[in-house]
Design a protein around this ligand. Structure first.
Ligand SMILES: [Zn+2]
Length: 284
């Protein structure tokens, strides 16, 4: 494991160079953002989907509709996969979304799709946990750093078989929806947005850590679908992820997904973003 860079006698790093932000933010312009805010001001509830602990379920959101992931029963973490409903090969690209916005997402951030499509799939329009920001340990909520809990890592580290990790829940739900063979379906399950999970990297060793989610009954994370979406949400066996995951030890609660239509006529005028127009040159 890497250790912190050593310091010289004046407490200055031995090697020092200027930090450069790798990617500039792709922010939504002020006038465009006003349209999102107006559109979310006139939401009409169309559907509610209750998802039980240690299971996953799918939901469909058409472009221009809104959806909320709601803490409906008690503090609970959820693992979200997103697909283009009309092309399941286009799916959420957690790594590049992280590179664009940082380790944790909140209002105004967008969830980008995988290469070669690479466009916003959904935009976060409201986050009741915005107030949390980054705490003094560098932790925050809704991370794109933690992949998803899975039975393979659990087997490696704990030598136990556990069948209700988010990876397995997402897989079962995806197979049920798509009819795709289980072996092939593994390739479709991807790194998630860890909704409501409170995480960070330790200061010294930069290891991934979790702490109790600050989410409480009534909290929600709201998105506007930029394209037609298939969402799959797993209700993590870690509960609020205060102590453990990948086991039946934690207290878990259901999560609810709510689908809304906007009654604001200008909602349909929000700019649609097409897939990337970059063309790979194969004979270079
Ligand atoms: Zn999980």
């Amino acid at each position: 494991m890497k250790l912190k860079q050593s310091l010289n006698k004046k407490n200055k790093p031995l090697v020092s160079s200027k930090k450069v932000i790798v990617y500039k933010k792709t922010e939504i312009g002020t006038s465009e953002w006003k349209k999102f805010v107006k559109a979310r001001g006139k939401l009409h509830l169309q559907k509610k989907i209750l998802i039980n602990p240690k299971t996953a379920n799918h939901f469909i959101v058409k472009a221009g509709q809104f959806f909320r992931i709601c803490v409906s029963h008690g503090s609970q973490v959820g693992d979200l996969n997103l697909f283009n409903l009309n092309n399941l090969n286009e799916r959420f690209f957690s790594g590049k979304t992280r590179a664009l916005y940082g380790t944790h997402l909140s209002t105004k951030d967008r969830l980008w799709s995988s290469l070669p499509y690479f466009r916003p799939m959904a935009t976060i329009t409201y986050d009741t946990l915005d107030w949390y920001g980054y705490d003094k340990e560098g932790a925050s909520v809704h991370d794109v750093i933690g992949t998803r809990c899975d039975p393979y890592t659990n087997k490696l580290l704990n030598k136990k078989d556990y069948h209700y990790c988010c990876h397995s829940n997402l897989l079962r739900s995806f197979v049920k929806f798509s009819g795709i063979d289980k072996k092939k379906a593994h390739n479709y399950i991807h790194d998630v947005l860890n909704v409501f999970m409170c995480t960070g990297f330790t200061n010294d060793t930069k290891q991934y850590f979790m702490k109790a989610s600050p989410a409480r009954k009534g909290d929600y994370l709201e998105f506007r679908a930029d394209i037609d979406l298939l969402g799959i949400l797993s209700v993590c066996p870690g509960g609020n992820c205060a102590n453990t995951h990948s086991s039946d030890k934690a207290q878990c609660y259901p999560l609810t997904v709510e689908i809304y239509k906007s009654l604001d006529l200008n909602n349909s005028k929000i700019k649609k973003i097409n897939i990337s127009n970059f063309k790979e040159k194969m004979n270079y």
